[in-house]
Design a protein around this ligand. Structure first.
Ligand code: HDD
Length: 694
């Protein structure tokens, strides 16, 4: 990109406004908000060269006034997020299960806006917090907006919305000290969840690598709550929504996450931005688990309990269509910040269930927009506005931008034509579920919600060995940050109900005694069938497409080898990034200058999916003297990455102290064939055997 540098001289006054108006007034002439031309944006209006500024400078006053009010409150949860536009395409006519228009025809396309987020951190926090990721999608359908406000984990911490403020207070910075930021590893969170056994299943997810995804592109999404689909004939069934990334699942490891936050706090947003901008468009398949009352009654758990899943092996996901993100936003504030997702935004053919978490959400999302966006007219903002006609008698309010036509602003009214305004469509059968409701008014949790441990055990047993190890490590890390020993003990007592080995392994890492198991209202089952769908490692990609290799190079490095690796990666749909001692790059053995994407100090190996060490022999010695270059190698090893080793890299391996630890994860690459087989090896993403063997 070439920058145009205007040679502004603040010491000269520009021409007068009239001249500008006549000669150059077109779209790119700067104006005030009122549209009058600004002819000097460098100097405020003052009495004399060195005199006081005049109140009469309307441009300056307007500019500073606007600046003073630029901020709006950040979201109370999910403050840090990143959005993109896209399109959803239905695979088929799904009118056998729902009357939703967007799913009514094969190939029907619907515009979408997606916002991914972390939950706990403030807007300026880092991307790789151990946290749940929000996955919220707004479908601008022809029958109004449908918001699917989901997460990247299919269960939740609590069963009833009334506990949400407590959950969030406990995980956010502690109120008496203002820290920690974007972290659940502190006393108040673990105090709360250890006293709320219903959180346990979600805690297993939260301690798994699902909480540290490699990128938004490589994570699943879930509607979490149970909804209903209703057909045009009024047939209603329950549904649970699933998003499956076409890119496969992938997470990072915790030690890596911690370092990514330092190296690039924007790792996830940058990844999404760069993927879309480069045309490598990410896509997800939307599917549903659909079931009737009979299935719901026979299932082991209550389908209205958001702390439970229905395993995909028990009820397979029916694919409905595919969403592709194809456009980054024009303006982050106007779109990503002002977008207002609301669970109560459903369209005919989609309806709610009585899940007590969902019922509370349906109030909260509308309510919060008022304090966040400051007006009841937030649905008029371009990113929120439905793409279908909108007509109602809700009038006025701050920032009303529609002209609200007609004479009547009430109904019934006796006017006709343009003066009349809209009428409710009474001839139309609403495609909603006419639920029969009866019951004694009580504050009560159904007994069918009482089993808090069995599915946590199922999740634990469904993980691969390395994933189990990460869960143990995460519990030990997080509980290790709790200063109050009693909280750790209480949590260990709960974990005994999940699995004794898990509890023992965590206790061992904490060097603590294993307490008695805490009393469980329902005896935990440890015999639920395992589910492969719950493991990330078992659901990785079949290719290395969309991933990045960081190649550490030096002066005199082999042009042929770097070229061979680059083309092998491009063939796979992956990219090569060059890491050199300095950002200016290096001169290769061919005499050609290779610019660097990163200086080694700013391009640690944690930013890449795999690495290649391709220095010249002399360059290997030079790199070996640079601490960050040695870290590049040792971190790649510690994070179980595949490491391509060029013919002259030995000096660097020696300097990094890893020569005696070379294993099958190190792949010798000397030519184009070697480069291709390295890329094939990388399809496994990580050399987990390294970690399992210790
Ligand atoms: Fe929520 C935001 C997802 C429970 C109250 N939530 C929010 C966002 C996501 C979720 C993805 C960010 C939307 C965006 O990008 O703007 N929330 C969930 C899921 C839940 C859940 C999957 C469990 C099934 N949430 C939940 C409960 C309550 C809320 C139980 C309140 C009782 N959530 C909110 C909120 C937020 C929000 C306060 C903050 C900003 C916003 O809504 O627009 O209303």
């Amino acid at each position: 990109m070439k920058l145009e540098v205007p040679m502004a001289d603040p010491h000269t006054t520009r021409g007068n406004a009239d001249e500008i108006h006549q000669d150059v007034r077109d779209d790119d002439v700067m104006t005030t908000q009122q549209g009058s031309v600004v002819y000097d944006d460098q100097n405020s209006l003052r009495a004399g060269d060195r005199g006081p500024t005049l109140m009469q400078d309307a441009h300056m006053r307007e500019k500073i006034m606007h600046f003073d009010h630029e901020r709006i409150p950040e979201r109370v949860v999910h403050a840090r997020g990143y959005g993109a536009h896209g399109v959803f395409e239905s695979y088929d006519d799904h009118s056998d299960i729902t009357a939703a228009h967007l799913l009514g025809e094969k190939g029907r396309q619907t515009e979408v806006f997606v916002r991914f987020s972390t939950v706990a951190g403030n807007k300026g926090s880092f991307d790789l917090a151990r946290d749940v990721r929000g996955f919220a999608t707004k479908f601008y359908t022809e029958e109004g907006n449908w918001d699917l406000v989901g997460n990247n984990m299919p269960v939740f911490f609590i069963q009833d919305a009334i506990k949400f403020p407590d959950l969030i207070h406990s995980v956010k910075e502690e109120q008496d000290r203002g820290f920690p930021q974007a972290a659940s590893a502190h006393d108040t969170f673990w105090d709360f969840v250890s006293l709320m056994p219903e959180s346990t299943n979600m805690l297993l997810w939260h301690m798994s690598d699902r909480a540290i995804p490699r990128s938004f592109r490589f994570m699943e999404g879930f509607g979490v709550n149970t909804f209903r689909f209703v057909t045009a004939e009024g047939k209603a069934q329950f549904v649970k929504f699933h998003w499956k990334p076409q890119q496969g699942l992938q997470s990072v490891v915790w030690n890596e996450a911690v370092k990514i936050n330092g190296a690039d706090a924007d790792f996830h947003r940058r990844d999404l931005y760069e993927a879309i901008e480069s045309g490598d468009l990410p896509s997800w398949e939307l599917g549903v688990q659909i079931f009737d009352d009979e299935f719901a009654d026979s299932f082991d758990f209550d389908v209205l309990d958001a702390t439970k899943i229905i395993p995909e092996e028990v009820l397979p996901v029916r694919p409905l269509g595919r969403m592709t993100l194809n456009r980054t936003v024009e303006n982050v504030f106007s779109e990503t910040e002002q977008v207002a997702f609301m669970t109560q935004n459903v369209v005919p053919g989609i309806d709610f269930s009585d899940d007590p978490l969902l019922q509370g959400r349906n109030f909260s999302y509308l309510d919060t927009q008022l304090s966040r966006l400051g007006s009841t007219n937030h649905a008029q903002l371009p990113v929120n506005a439905p793409r279908c006609p909108v007509a109602h008698f809700q009038r006025d309010g701050a920032m009303q931008t529609s002209l609200q036509p007609g004479r009547a602003n009430y109904e019934p009214n006796g006017f006709s034509g343009d003066e009349r305004g809209p009428r409710a469509l009474t001839t139309f059968e609403p495609k909603a579920y006419p639920e029969q409701v009866e019951g004694t008014m009580r504050r009560l949790r159904a007994e069918s919600f009482a089993d808090h441990y069995s599915q946590a055990n199922q999740f634990w047993r469904s993980q691969s060995e390395v994933e189990q190890q990460h869960i143990v490590d995460a519990f030990a890390f997080e509980l290790g940050k709790c200063e109050i020993a009693e909280i750790r003990t209480r949590m260990l007592a709960n974990l005994r109900n999940v699995d004794d080995t898990l509890a023992e392994r965590v206790a061992e890492q904490l060097a603590m005694e294993l307490p008695e198991a805490s009393p469980a209202k329902v005896k935990p089952r440890h015999d639920l069938p395992t589910s492969d769908a719950l493991s990330i490692v078992r659901n990785g990609p079949k290719t290395f497409a969309g991933r990045t290799v960081g190649a550490l190079v030096s002066e005199g490095a082999s042009a042929e080898l770097i070229g061979a690796l680059r083309s092998a990666l491009e063939k796979e749909g992956a990219t090569l990034q060059v890491v050199a001692p300095a950002i200016g790059g290096v001169t290769l053995d061919s005499g050609e200058k290779l610019p660097a994407d990163h200086a080694v100090a700013g391009g640690p190996s944690v930013l890449f999916d795999a690495v290649a060490l391709l220095p010249s022999a002399q360059g290997a010695t030079v790199l070996g003297e640079i601490a960050e270059a040695r870290d590049f190698v040792t971190d790649a090893l510690a994070h179980d990455k595949f490491i391509a080793v060029g013919p002259d890299a030995q000096g660097l391996l020696d300097a990094a102290g890893v020569s005696s630890r070379v294993d099958e994860g190190f792949v010798a690459v000397a030519d184009a064939d070697g480069a291709s087989s390295f890329v094939e090896t990388c399809r496994a993403l990580r050399f987990w055997e390294r970690e399992v063997r210790g």
